[in-house]
Each structure stands twice: as C-alpha cells, then as structure tokens.
Design a protein around this ligand. Sequence first.
Ligand SMILES: O=C([O-])CC(=O)C(=O)O
Ligand SMILES: [Mg+2]
Length: 651
Amino acid sequence: MSSSAMLLRRVVVIARASSSAVMGRIVVGGGGGGGGGGRAVETTTASSPRRTMTTIGPTGGPSSDHERFISEELYPEEETEGEWVGCYLKFLPPISTYSRGIEILYNPLFNKSSAFKGGERDRLRFRGLLPPRKMNLKVQKERALIEIRAEPDMIRKHIILEDIHDTNETLYHRILIDHMDEMAPIIYTPTVGQACSEFSVLYRRPRGMYFSAEDRGHMAAMVYNWPQNDVRVIVVTDGSRILGLGDLGINGMGIPIGKLSLYCAAGGIAPHRVLPVVLDVGTDNPALLKDKFYLGLQRPRLQGSAYYQVVDEFIHAAVHRWPNVLIQFEDFSSDKAQTILNKYRNDVLCFNDDIQGTGATTLAGILGALRAKGESPTSLGDQRILIAGAGSAGMGVAQVLYQAMIEHGRSPMEAKNCFFVADERGLLAKDRLARLSPEQANFARDDDGGLSLREIVNKYKPTMILGMTAVGGLFTEDLIRDMARHCDRPIIFPLSNPTSKAECTAEQAVSWTDGRCIFASGSPFDPVEMENGQMFYPTQCNNMFVFPGIGLGVTLCGAKTVTDRMLYVAAEALANYLSGEELALGKVFPNLSTIRDVSKKVAVAVIEEAIRTGQSSKLSEKELCDLDAFVQSKMYDPIYVPLIEKRTITI
Ligand SMILES: O=C([O-])CC(=O)C(=O)O
Ligand SMILES: [Mg+2]
C-alpha cells in the first residue's frame, strides 16, 4: 500500500472511532507538487483549508459533508504528522527522499529538528539522535523569536536568523512570513549591508555557487554540482556595487542570499528552487586585496572582453542546465549593468533589479504619491522630476517613468522635458554628450549643463526629487526647504541604501517641509512625530515590493523574456494595492506585512500581461478567469510535511 493510502486509511479509522468526541476535525490533502528532493509544498493556505483539501468519509471515499470530527486525545499533537490549522487536522502528501538518518538532520530543506514525529524518527532511522520530546513549528518559532528579540544588535539578529536558515529552511521562512516587517530589515536592507561587509569573517557554511575567473572553461559542468534539478530563480552579482557600499567582491554574496529569501517568503518560490550566485572576477577594493580573511580572488577585476566572457559563460551554463530559469542581475556597477542587460534581455529570461526593479517600484511610489495629492496617473506627465544620480538606478527610474508617461498619452518630446537628471558634475546636458551613455544622453537637457541641485530646484521648481547617489546627507536643509518653497507638497524620495547612504532621513524631510512632503526611502525609517503632535509614517520604496512577484509571475507562466510592459503592470498593481486610508496617513507603499499578498497581485498582473501578449508558454486564456486562486495555490507555504523513504528497488 502506498504511504499516502496508508495515511488515508489511518484517518478513516480515527474518524470512525471518535465520532462522538467532538474536539477537532480532520482533513487530508493539500496540493503537492514539486519534487526535486526539497520540500515543495506549494499550496494550501491556512485561511482557506476547504478549498484545496481532499477529505474522506467513513468508507474511504470522498465524504459529502467534507469533515469528520475526531478527538485530540486520540490523536495527540506530539505524534501526529498532520498540522493543526485552527480546529482542522491537516494531512499533507508526504515528500520522499533518498536521504536517511543523520543526513536528513543536516539537510536544511528536510530538517524539522525537534519537530520530527516518532514515525519519522523510525522510518528514516534517526530515533535516538534527537532529544525525545516532540515540538511543533509553532513552538519552535516562539523559541526562535525569543532569542532574536533578546538580541539588541541587528547583525547578531541576522546571524541567528541565518543560522536557522542554514539548519531549517521551513522554520526560517515561517518566521519571515509571519513577522515580515520585523524580519525584513534584519535579513535584508539595511542589515544585509553590514552582513556583506563582514561576509568573509562571518562565513560558516556554503550557500549558493561561486563562478570565478579561474573557473573559465568549466562552468557548463560546474552547474551540475548544484544538487537541485528544478532551479527557477537565480540572483547573481559580481559584487562590484553592493548597495551604496561599492566594490565588496565576493562578500556581496549576502545580497543574492537576502534577495532569494524574499523570493521564497514574499514571492512563494520554494527554497530548493532558488540559487544565489557570485561571479568572482576579482576586486578593485584595495582593502580586500590585502585582507587576509577575504575569501575571494585577490586580484584586480577582469576588464573588457575577459570580463564579459565570464558573464557569458555563466549565463549559458545556467540556461543550459535550467532552460526556464529566471536570472536576476543584482548590484553590478553602472558601467556594466546596462550593457549586460541590453545584451541578454531579448533572448534570456532575465532582468536587472537595480535598473528595472527600482524603476517599477519608484513608479508605483510616485503614482501613489500623486493619488495622495488627489491627482490621476495622467498627471505624471505634468511633473518636473529631479533625479539625483545618473547611474544604473537613476537611469532605470527615468526610463520607467518616461515609458509610463508615453503609456498615458504624452509625446516622447513632452515626456523627456519632464526630467532633470544630475550627477556629481551637475545637470546632464548636451554639452557633455560625448561622455554620456546612450541612456544618459536620452535625458540630457538642451542647456544649463552643470547646474547644481539647488540651482536646478530654484530655476525649474521640480515637484519631486529622487535620490540615487549613494551619498548620505546629500539632500541638505537648504535644498529641501527650497523644494518646499516652490511646491505645496513636494515628493521626496531618498532611495539610496543602506541607511547611512540615504540622501536625507524621514525626520529631516518632514521637519524641513513642515510636514508637507510625501516621502519614501530605500531603507526603512521609524515613524516621526510632527510638531502638531500628529504621526508621520514613512514607507519604504524598495524593490522587494516588485521583484518577488515579477519572478513568481514569469516563472509560473513560462515567459521567455521580461518585457517593459510587465514592469509597468507590476508597478500599477503595487500602486493600486494602497488603500485610501493608507494614503491619508502619508504612506505611499503598503505595509511590509502584506508583501505576500502584494507579490501575488504583482504576479497576477504580470501573468495577465504575458498571456495577452502571447508571451506565456505555460498558461493560456482559460487560466485568466481565476488567476488569483491559481497563483495562490502555487505559492510555497512553509509547513512540515511527512517525510518518507524513497527506495531504489533491486531484485
Ligand atoms: O537591496 C536593496 O535594498 C535595494 C537594491 O537593490 C539596492 O540598493 O541595490
Ligand atoms: Mg540591488
């Protein structure tokens, strides 16, 4: 008898035995899916157990009344391999594995630690290797939270969480999902900046893959060293521009790891389907070149064609092994980021998060800000937009905003006229054309080249200022006060990360504009009490609001490329998520605790766009009718699933 049939049988017996003891209900089922050796439970939400579960009646067939009452006493929690969901006891189809005994305890994808039940301890041969008392996910989470919260230091909290990540992925993602607003700043921006700076010193266990300049010629084979067959999302960096911290070489690995944690927790991609990658082409950071603990190649970065060949070899190797994988480029320096994106975007399923993800998120924030001012999305083309920073992020934002204006009926000329882009040498204008990249040249003004930020503000009276310079404190009091003098409700977005690189703080923006600004920042800030005693709630304009949903959408529908329209609809879905009450409180992004739902909405919008434009290879028009439920059913939900032995039968 198959093990799932055995489970069903057990349920029936218990359901009959306990029909008079009404204490709990029992259901069996849950969407299985996904093999690959990892736990791939992609479905069943606690909030809607009936919809996705199979239940059985006294005869073993489907029951008409859908549930049987059972006794918790007959079915003690420490022993059952089901999960109590409110008053339901939920059974999930088991996952089978070739691993046995202690190997399972050391595999973070399978490990449940103290929550392994007696049956599993026997079946998988590790009875006696764990303390006897059996816990569950809820109690384990409670214990972990006590430990994390007792630690005042953010980097120590990060270490505790990453230890859990390395030992028990189910528990780690459960904690992230249930406490996203508390945990995101620990595992991701801003603490991930410090984690990267100290990566080589903090290094304990391998996670992800490194492809170095010394691996040239081996990458097509190396990708097979990764144990998972079904990788769906890769986040790759070359460590050349980690947040606003510059060249951190392989220490930048913290970024792909952090981003992929969000892919799993916020975007519902199962953890065995993600792969963090660093391309180690050397480093030009003098401190790392002589740091005796640095774990990357201590040689100057490859340049020119040698550099691009490493990138190319990696991409071909990855796509050859995992043909449908999404590759997210992250934190490549501006001089390389756009070139790489342009080279692959039409042939490979890929996008650059700093250019396109930041662009889409900022557009969403601006649409939200316009709504807060009582203006429609069409009024985007009436804005005067000052962008401080002409690197990949700045130009990505300009491009996405420009595209949105065209979408709303502006001519290219009218749209371009809305932008004032400045770098460290002042306003970008035609006098510098020869030294500008094609993307920068697109937004160069006819004249006034070299005007400072303050001169631009006083001459052109922008309605918004967006900071992507990685220069902490660049938005001075004088500058912001000038903005507020010319504009009733200036939009102020200091977007650089981590917090030390933010162009101004929330408190400064609020105080210098007498509370009139509409504010969002790349790194999180605490609420600010204004002079009138009212609270101001700064929200975070961070690409984490879109990239997990974009990844979920394109991988589910089997898109072949990530198009500009997909980014636009992602931004629109995010902007529309905001309620009127949130806008009234000055929020232009939703609360982080809703990020899973936001990601689902973003994924739905991306899939709809892919289906309509013939980009979807896996889903068709007929899936459009209940796309929301479909996407929900595919999202990874970290819960413990029974493990059984996979056998190789030899006769
Ligand atoms: O990681 C973040 O918070 C945003 C981002 O991509 C960057 O700053 O490079
Ligand atoms: Mg980035």
